[in-house]
Design a binder for this molecule. Structure first.
Ligand SMILES: Nc1ncnc2c1ncn2[C@@H]1O[C@H](COP(=O)(O)OP(=O)(O)OP(=O)(O)O)[C@@H](O)[C@H]1O
Ligand SMILES: [Mg+2]
Length: 258
């Protein structure tokens, strides 16, 4: 099919879903995210009431696109769509191989990406049940994850790196994040593995929310200690820059022995 014809077909399907895709001018984006199987999945989820109307694009990341939408009970939801076609699935693989929950996954691009999506859903549930503030996951279907929207009036809460706070609030956020890392490690038996000022949102009242946990691994994963050290040094580096007295050693001790 000619590219412009394909786009028209996608646009027509999006219309049916009442999806107003802000990036629809950007054909490359539309084509990469909304392949036929993804459209079918969105259609299925909208028939089941999980999506009432699609909003705009919040983010185009390395592995996924995030959109806001209206979900069940007319509440805002965030829809994370893992791209099958343009993902760096080789880089993602190391977080899946070695996790005994996903031992029998086939190692092709499609299955690795679908597993990553499922893994993010399971990880969100797991750490949330243990008491970490993350978006509540609602449903996973193929490469589409629907979760609680973090923000207000369709405006997402900002990433930690973009929030200016008083030193006192900064210290409070730091302590809360270290406590979440401790709960993840000690109670949920997990390491986030991509924790940084990019993957923490700040809600009103200087409340941190941890996101983007698809690459999180169990402590039994052979690389988990290395991933934990990297998370710890990202957090220490960021908060030192913001004037908090933080060292890798002190954070590591709190997490592993606290
Ligand atoms: N539940 C949510 N509520 C509101 N905004 C969200 C939510 N989840 C993600 N976002 C927004 O989308 C951005 C990307 O999300 P996320 O980090 O999960 O995806 P990603 O594709 O892994 O991105 P990247 O490759 O940039 O790390 C976040 O930084 C945040 O701004
Ligand atoms: Mg991210």
């Amino acid at each position: 099919m000619r590219p412009d014809k394909k786009i028209l077909k996608i646009e027509a399907k999006l219309d049916k879903l009442r999806i107003k895709h802000k990036d629809s001018d950007n054909h490359q984006v539309a084509e990469n995210v909304f392949d036929d199987a993804t459209l079918k999945t969105l259609y299925y989820l909208s028939n089941r009431g999980y999506i009432k109307a699609f909003g705009g694009s919040i983010s185009t990341g390395k592995e996924a696109n995030v959109f806001d939408a209206i979900g069940k009970n007319d509440k805002d939801v965030a829809i994370k769509i893992y791209r099958i076609s343009s993902s760096n699935f080789k880089a993602v693989q190391e977080y899946i191989l070695g996790d005994h929950r996903f031992e029998n996954v086939k190692h092709d691009r499609k299955n690795i990406v679908l597993t990553l999506a499922k893994k993010e859903f399971q990880n969100l549930k797991r750490v949330r049940d243990a008491g970490v503030r993350v978006p509540q996951p609602f449903v996973i279907e193929r490469n589409v994850l629907i979760m609680e929207f973090i923000g207000q009036n369709s405006i997402p809460s900002p990433q930690l790196r973009n929030v200016k706070m008083e030193l006192e609030d900064t210290k409070h956020v730091f302590e809360q994040i270290v406590e979440y890392m401790r709960i993840m490690y000690c109670d949920a038996d997990m390491v986030h593995s991509d924790l940084s000022e990019y993957n923490i949102l700040i809600e009103e009242g200087a409340t941190p929310v941890i996101i983007d946990i698809g690459q999180g691994v169990l402590r039994s994963h052979p690389m988990s200690e290395q991933f934990l050290k990297r998370d710890v040094s990202n957090i220490a580096r960021f908060f030192k820059k913001r004037g908090v007295n933080a060292t890798d050693e002190q954070i590591m001790t709190t997490i592993t022995q606290g």
